[in-house]
Design a protein around this ligand. Sequence first.
Ligand code: MTE
Ligand code: MO
Length: 208
Amino acid sequence: MRITTSIMALVLALGLALLPAMAGQEIKTYQGQKLSPYNREYDNSIRGPQKVDRQAYRLKIDGLVDKPQSLTYQQVLALPSVKEVVKMPCVEGWSETLLYQGPRLKEVLKLAGVKKQAAFVMFHSVEGYSTGLPLEFLRGDKILLGYKINGLELDQTRGWPFQLVVPGKLGYKWAKWITRIELTAKPVKGYWEKRGYSNTADASEGYR
Ligand SMILES: Nc1nc2c(c(=O)[nH]1)N[C@H]1C(S)=C(S)[C@@H](COP(=O)(O)O)O[C@H]1N2
Ligand SMILES: [Mo]
């Protein structure tokens, strides 16, 4: 009896000690690089922060694939992930340097088996936003399905559950709150692309 109590006390104490680590502290510098803060005032998303239901959430992968997928958040998190410090150039000439973590997009696509005819990938978001890029480009090692920034899980403003990490591309290609990845044969225009923005969106291009 006494032993059980002390074991329980020990487990409790250990749990309490681990709590701060589990809640997570923001990483401010990484391998000598100073990171931009996770929290900021600025928000230019088309409908503002989005609350996505954790239990109901599924990441759909469909279109030109062999095995369409409907993945839970945990299934995506179970994939091997990488960490990368990347710069996201946004509108009005500002940029952020952040530490992103997530699986490589190519590993996520592998689960669905991309068909030969597929050449373009569209990302659809919970609030109706969309954007896309050529499959060839997205197979690069630096392209991630980001779920953490500076060591912290994405939240309603940062794009929970996933944000596309596409170094070298302008901000509007970094889709947040992704719910569906669709493989197509031909390039498709997304939300901003339909409104006149470049579908290539190289960071060096500027915004038009
Ligand atoms: N779902 C969704 N994703 C989105 C947007 C949006 O309105 N909705 N805006 C894009 C634009 S224009 C920019 S600049 C970046 C901003 O991303 P950040 O929150 O990481 O700075 O998100 C991109 N992804
Ligand atoms: Mo943007």
